[in-house]
Design a binder for this molecule. Structure first.
Ligand code: FES
Length: 69
């Protein structure tokens, strides 16, 4: 997932991925380019959509980084 990329590369993004991928925060919110969003193999599930509703600056191409593979 995008969260794994952040963790595995020791990227210092303050507070990113606070729940470690358990879909109980929205700190891993990412806004994708439409063309990238459309290429994702899976749509957001119910759990992800519920958390995205709480994300700051939600857009039509928002996803949770921990759910994007
Ligand atoms: Fe918390 Fe993705 S890391 S929802």
């Amino acid at each position: 997932s995008l969260l794994d990329v952040v963790v595995n590369n020791s990227l210092d993004i303050d507070g990113y991925g606070a729940c470690e991928g358990t879909v109980t925060c929205s700190t891993c919110h990412v806004v994708l380019k439409p063309e990238d969003y459309d290429r994702l193999p899976e749509e957001a599930g119910d759990e992800e959509r519920d958390m995205l509703d709480l994300a700051y600056g939600l857009t039509d191409t928002s996803r949770l980084g921990c759910q994007v593979t």
